[in-house]
Design a binder for this molecule. Sequence first.
Ligand code: ADP
Ligand code: MG
Length: 464
Amino acid sequence: LWQNCLETLQSELPSQQYNMWVRPLQVQAINNDLVLFAPNKFVLDWVRDKYADRINELLTELAGTNKPNLKMEVGSRAAAPVANPTLQVGNNFAPSNGQNSSPSGTNFNNTNNVTQIGQTPPQTLTSNLKESYVFDNFVEGKSNQLARAAASQVADNPGTAFNPLFLYGSTGLGKTHLMHAVGNEIRQRNPDAKVVYMHSERFVQDMVKAIQTNSIEEWKRHYRSVDALLIDDIQFFAGKERSQEEFFHTFNALLESNHQIILTSDRYPKEIDGVEERLKSRFGWGLTIIIEPPELETRVAILMKKAHESNFDLPHEVAFFIAKRLRSNVRDLEGALNRVIANANFTGKAVTIDFTKEALRDMLALQEKLVTIDNIQKTVAEYYKIKVADMSSKSRSRSVARPRQIAMALSKELTNHSLPEIGAAFGGRDHTTVLHACRKVTELRETTHDIKEDFSNLVRTLSS
Ligand code: ADP
Ligand code: MG
């Protein structure tokens, strides 16, 4: 019933309005009620004000005398997985055009900016470059400095600086953006350069199609003629042996003729399961660089820059507030900012911290739910293979004291608990002990490679 109702609404409303206000709604039938859950009060008020009448009408039209009572509240459906509120809706409600993700798997509307080319045969290779991903709007910080510098070198000297360039890091940190930036820059300097961006899944699909249509030789020739080949998220090659084989040959052919290759993955090449050893070792022939989650100042800078690009006057303390709360990746930061901008434009209200809290209510709640001191203690104990009880024990032996300090520092950085609260959770320690731990860990992260790596692994695990 709700599905039908949604379909009609989607056909009636401008898509921006639909996406902004209707799509985030969750629905639950409770007895005779149809309860719509809005992610925050703005959405609730807006929907009530603008769409409730129409929804009621549609429900009557569709259900007649069996029409459920329409109720609306802020919150989310009971027992619904809260992994990602927007995604979740997309998964639960079929889009109104009735096309579920196509069974043939040709649907590439995932988080990557892959242009949908449909049936285009490989001989008309399009670059697939996204023009908005350039170096100019890529905010630099400690976490991505090396990657950016390497990418920029490659753009200056394609084929000769570092080949291949392999960027890795978890999702939403700018790998795809940087990759496109290189491609765009190469083309800007040399408009005739043949640059091709491909998501690895797409690459595999195209190849399969080429095999089916007996055009594999042509397909190979085309790939081997490009000046720069950018393959995104190559972890998706895992287990695809034939594709790996073809890619291996293409890869070698391109490298031999000094054509640039750029690859990305969500993990270190050696750690990609299901990919042949010889291929992995080749990935490492050039330069392999990690992009890490941005630190606080960079997150603030990214928000300020994006707000500026949207001509939106974002108060600095609001940027700081958002950056402090959303730590794991840039994509989430962007999503949050867009939400704030949309809510501000529609309500005309001033953008204060309270306003932002309300607008981002569900996102913030999600973050808080995930990162608790408990969770941190468990994760750190597991990571260092010690007992959770050691987090609160009196033991001063290095093997437990160090992980304990790291857990305290993580609690300070990732939760909103005060120093005394953190101390209390670690076996009733004093707040000065926590402070000391935070300082010690900051120092160790700068001087000790292992600790630096442990810390960023833990942050990644805890905040993804
Ligand atoms: P990944 O490929 O690592 O998953 P993306 O390149 O798709 O991440 O980045 C996610 C979003 O965040 C994109 O919209 C991108 O423009 C933006 N982004 C990531 N890092 C930065 C940065 N340093 N400065 C500006 N925007 C960024
Ligand atoms: Mg990507």
